[in-house]
Design a binder for this molecule. Sequence first.
Ligand SMILES: C=CC1=C(C)c2cc3[nH]c(cc4nc(cc5[nH]c(cc1n2)c(C)c5CCC(=O)O)C(CCC(=O)O)=C4C)c(C)c3C=C
Ligand SMILES: [Fe+2]
Ligand SMILES: [Fe+2]
Length: 349
Amino acid sequence: MSRFIAFPESPDPRRLAVLLVNLGTPDAPDTRSVRRYLAEFLWDPRIVEQPRWLWWLVLNGIILRIRPGRSARAYAKVWTAEGSPLEVETRSLAGRLQAAFGERVTIRHAMRYGSPSIAQTLEEMARAGMQRLLVVPVFPQYSATTTASVLDAVGAVFRRWRRPPELRFVSDYHGESAHIEALARSVERHWHEHGRGDRLLLSFHGIPERYIRNGDPYREQCEATTAHLRRRLGMAEDELLLSYQSRLGREPWLQPYTDMTLAGLPALGVRTLDVMCPGFAVDCLETLEEIAMEGRETFLEAGGEAFRYIPCLNDNDDQVAAIRALIQRQCQGWPEFSLPASVEGSPGA
Ligand SMILES: C=CC1=C(C)c2cc3[nH]c(cc4nc(cc5[nH]c(cc1n2)c(C)c5CCC(=O)O)C(CCC(=O)O)=C4C)c(C)c3C=C
Ligand SMILES: [Fe+2]
Ligand SMILES: [Fe+2]
């Protein structure tokens, strides 16, 4: 027995592989499954930077006793016949990209926490003959809490392999022109259908403010995405607003907070509000429940008249085109990509 895993030659090797990675989601919207998911997620030192002993006590003594039941009830509100929206949409996005690239590339998806796991998916790809791998965390803005955590997980898998693939890794795509274009077109379609609200609010997932002070570029990148979109849509400074959602715990997180912003806007004369969550590639608990349900209630109870949620890009054509362009650019120079690229459209197009 060797301590390192080696995979047998595949008869029909699929050499070039792309792995889309999203955050992960429970297997079912019940307390047990949510507790298992949260235990893995919240024990990641990239997510919660506290002394381990202290966090172990808080996590096991308080959080994992209270939160799983509460979160399970929230998950139940958005769960679909096919499963968790995050998993359903991520899988569909990977499937559409596979169709766009055809045989020369294998496109799979995995979750940082829960299933399908990064370890199991990479092993399946290795058995299919993978020699080169591009990892695409589907977090448009880099954060150590998400992107670097995916890198940790991929590294942990390859530590056990005798011959890991040649590896490339996407850090972020917060300012990619095709990505901004996809977001802008989604807003324009929404305006075309529903008319234009008094304001457009962009709500990004928050992180503790302390992480930014310690060097995380996440806030800069959220602000940059916002500025790109504002320019592309020709909006004034005060027409397009930015806020941060999903705060957990007592320490200050990035501000302004989405819930307080929603509660305060009606008093400033904002009657109709369009809301989009560009930090999430696909819809999930945080967008469908926290924003489209809870956020709507907050805004309407504060005196707002219409709250219009704009869905995430999910598996729409513009998102497929944007991620496809990203993959094409990242794979430049790899043999499978020096073949006639014109068949698939020019690289970066
Ligand atoms: C405790 C700290 C958390 C940090 C830091 C954090 C960063 C972060 N998260 C996302 C994206 C998602 N988060 C989602 C759910 C979620 N996030 C936290 C906590 C932190 N996130 C918790 C506890 C949960 C679970 C739900 C709950 O109990 O409230 C999701 C949705 C998952 C789903 O199943 O639908 C996403 C996506 C980003 C992008 C980010 C940092 C930039
Ligand atoms: Fe989160
Ligand atoms: Fe939340």
